[in-house]
Design a protein around this ligand. Structure first.
Ligand code: SF4
Ligand code: SF4
Length: 244
């Protein structure tokens, strides 16, 4: 990451098009009540092995939850995101956000990174070149300069930690119990939003379920099975497997 990065949003609206926006649990509820579709993305790993990026250990452990899988234990991370395959439903014809004052945390944080292990790389963002040639320093000496932005990022990380047990319970209530292996892909689900709203209202963490891991690679599946995990390579009907 460069020691100094200037930034000023040009209002081009590109980050509001073709991006599934991660939502906190409370935001997912608001999104559903407003008539939006939520996509559920699931990945999992073993606490001391497969799928665990060692350098991110504390970060990924905090935002994951243990579930039974075969005779072993999988830790799953669940993302509820606004399903935006095209223009966000809140983007108007002038590329302005119609819920600007109450837009999700992630919309307020972009283009900064939430994961502390990911450096901000302008070339990986949707913002046009001129956005990086003006405005105050977003980064100086490798550090985010805006205290309010740092607070929003911390709030997002905190929600990730606080929401994960309930997000897993909601998944189980919806029959979402197949994960992918972190680093190998993720499973993507588009739940019926009526069922999603009901699951949000009646979250029960006393609803344990057996999970499995979708793995296509036979050798990797063998390694997971060697650790007691249940795997599947069947063509999915109710979800998509997005492999890397
Ligand atoms: S909610 Fe608003 S800021 Fe967020 S993606 Fe949609 S239009 Fe953009
Ligand atoms: S892509 Fe960047 S410059 Fe364009 S609206 Fe989003 S944050 Fe602003």
């Amino acid at each position: 990451m460069s020691d100094s990065i200037r930034f000023a949003c040009t209002g081009c609206g590109k980050c509001c098009t073709g991006h599934h926006v991660p939502l906190t649990l409370a935001e997912a509820g608001q999104w559903a009540r407003a008539g939006g579709q939520v996509i559920v993305l699931v990945e999992g790993f073993m606490a001391d092995g497969l799928g665990m990026p060692p350098e991110q250990r504390d970060h990924v452990l905090r935002r994951s939850h243990p579930v039974p899988c075969g005779t072993g234990e999988l830790r799953v991370s669940v993302t509820f995101a606004a399903f935006n395959p095209g223009r966000c439903r809140n983007l108007d014809a002038d590329d302005l956000c119609t819920i600007y004052e109450s837009r999700p945390l992630v919309c307020r944080i972009y283009p900064a990174e939430i994961n502390p292990h990911l450096p901000l790389r302008p070339e990986g963002k949707d913002c046009p070149a001129e956005a990086w040639e003006q405005g105050p320093e977003l980064i100086h000496g490798g550090l985010l300069q805006d205290a309010e932005l740092r607070g929003l990022i911390e709030a997002s990380r905190q929600a990730d930690r606080e929401d994960i047990a309930n997000k897993v319970a909601i998944c189980q209530a919806l029959g979402i119990t197949t994960s992918a292996l972190k680093g190998n892909g993720f499973t993507a689900w588009l739940p019926d939003m009526g069922a999603f709203a009901s699951a949000l209202e009646a979250v029960s963490v006393d609803n344990p379920a057996q999970w499995q891991v979708h793995v296509v690679d036979g050798e990797l599946a063998g390694s997971l099975q060697g650790h007691g995990l249940q795997t599947t390579a069947q063509t999915p009907v109710y979800y998509a497997f997005i492999g890397f």
